[in-house]
Design a protein. Structure first.
Length: 433
């Protein structure tokens, strides 16, 4: 069977799936289909240099097709294939290719066997713990194409509202575990990574309490011929501050230890925010539905010590706070490498209608330590700059949704005096079946 024939068969299957009358076929089988279309464009988000001619404009097309089989209430098998390809209009001359069809999920789950208060999940799966501050994305180098972990996950349901999750994972630089159609050797991580973690979630009265320890080991590779380890110890607290429970405080903080090559590691980071959801006597579209103010702090390396103090984003290299700024981080460290960062930010949201939401964010960005590299960022100060975000989200019935997203950044003295601002735009349309 040739790769072209296999691709044609998969595309034919995707075309036929919507003709199925329902997602749930019977008591044991169900199918899922997700189609995501994105139009993305930016001018110089990577280089901060208008003269570099580094603008981008392209479409992204992601298909996810899955099947789930549950022979009993205890056992579930899940298989999902995925593909994402891009078509570039800027820069001109970028060759089009279909990219890979790969296994996005393949796991078996045993939920409360013999009425034991445990759940065991074995295989390729998504894992998000808490707000995704330390565990969210298993491999950041392919963007949002997929976020899976090759993992064993064990959930112990201690009692109502109290769960302890443990996991062990491994990923190589490319996908070497499962077959791929039209293999392109898509990079997943810079170095092979092993992960171990324990994450507790509990509720005490009205307070949500999280506590965790997560360990990651990076093996030496050809491009990065050194090993590193990092263990993160942290916790998260969410608590109401008003009797009406419309004012909430959230704080998460963590400390890191381990090694970075021959250096000892000692990083720390966290965030805190207040979220207020006013209860207007008569809700109107021009009145905000929520207001948020917060602080983000991620330590940076102190060049005056022999230790390595950079915050390591662990398994959380994803656009948690900005979809565009992760590209500016590429030349400084690596894509979505959240470190040496301080942000004072505010967010306002409006519910324009039951189907349409509007959100605006402002981040005053800084760095705990000035940059040491002269080529990039190239500045002498600690002011990273001003980040503005606007997002319009919409829904059409149960199956269709999308958004329009704009982000703009004005660099500060952390960057070279010649650094230029950028604008970044994305439009998305999403179909779920």
């Amino acid at each position: 069977m040739t790769p072209r024939f296999m691709i044609a068969m998969v595309l034919l299957t995707l075309a036929l799936v919507p003709s199925v009358s329902a997602k749930k076929l019977n008591d044991h089988w169900s199918l899922t289909l997700t189609e995501r279309f994105r139009l993305v464009t930016w001018d110089n988000a990577i280089t901060l240099d208008q003269s570099a001619g580094a603008s981008r404009a392209f479409t992204r097309h992601r298909t996810q097709l899955g099947a789930e089989y549950s022979p009993s209430s205890v056992t579930t098998f899940r298989l999902r294939f995925a593909n994402e390809f891009r078509y570039y209009t800027q820069p001109a001359g970028v060759d089009f290719h279909f990219d890979e069809i790969f296994v996005d999920q393949l796991f078996v789950r045993f939920a409360k066997p013999w009425d034991w208060p445990v759940t065991l999940t074995l295989g390729r799966q998504n894992i998000m713990l808490g707000e995704g501050f330390v565990v969210m994305d298993g491999h950041p180098l392919d963007g949002s194409r997929s976020i899976y972990f090759n993992a064993i996950r064990f959930d112990w349901h201690i009692r109502q509202h109290h769960t302890l999750t443990t996991f062990a994972s491994y990923k190589d630089e490319t996908d070497t575990w499962l077959p791929i159609i039209h293999k392109q050797d898509q990079p997943l991580v810079e170095q092979p990574e092993t992960g171990l973690g324990a994450y507790y979630v509990g509720r005490w009265r009205d307070r949500d309490v999280h506590g965790y320890v997560v360990h990651k080991r990076r093996e030496a590779s050809d491009a990065f011929p050194f090993e590193s380890t990092v263990t993160t110890l942290g916790g998260r607290l969410k608590t109401p501050l008003s009797s009406q429970k419309n004012l909430t405080a959230v704080i998460e903080a963590a400390y890191q230890l381990g090694s970075f090559g021959d250096a000892d590691r000692g990083g720390y980071g966290g965030y805190a925010y207040l979220d207020y959801r006013p209860r207007w006597s008569s809700a109107q579209w021009f009145l905000p539905s929520s207001l948020t103010v917060g602080l983000i702090y991620l330590s940076g390396d102190d060049p005056d010590t022999d230790d390595w103090e950079d915050w390591d984003p662990m398994f959380a290299r994803w656009p948690k706070w900005s979809e565009s700024y992760i590209y500016t981080q590429i030349r400084e460290d690596a894509v979505a490498w959240w470190t040496n960062l301080l942000s004072l930010y505010a967010t306002v949201r409006f519910t324009l209608s039951p189907e349409v939401d509007l959100r605006g964010d402002y981040h005053r960005l800084a760095a705990p330590h000035a940059a040491t590299a002269q080529d990039f960022p190239g500045g002498t100060g600690t002011g990273r700059g001003d980040l503005f975000i606007g997002r319009l989200s919409y829904r059409f019935g149960e199956r269709w949704s999308g958004h329009l997203l704009w982000e703009g950044f004005m660099p500060g003295d952390y960057y070279s005096t010649t650094a230029d601002s950028y604008a970044w735009i994305r439009a998305e349309l999403l179909f779920r079946y």
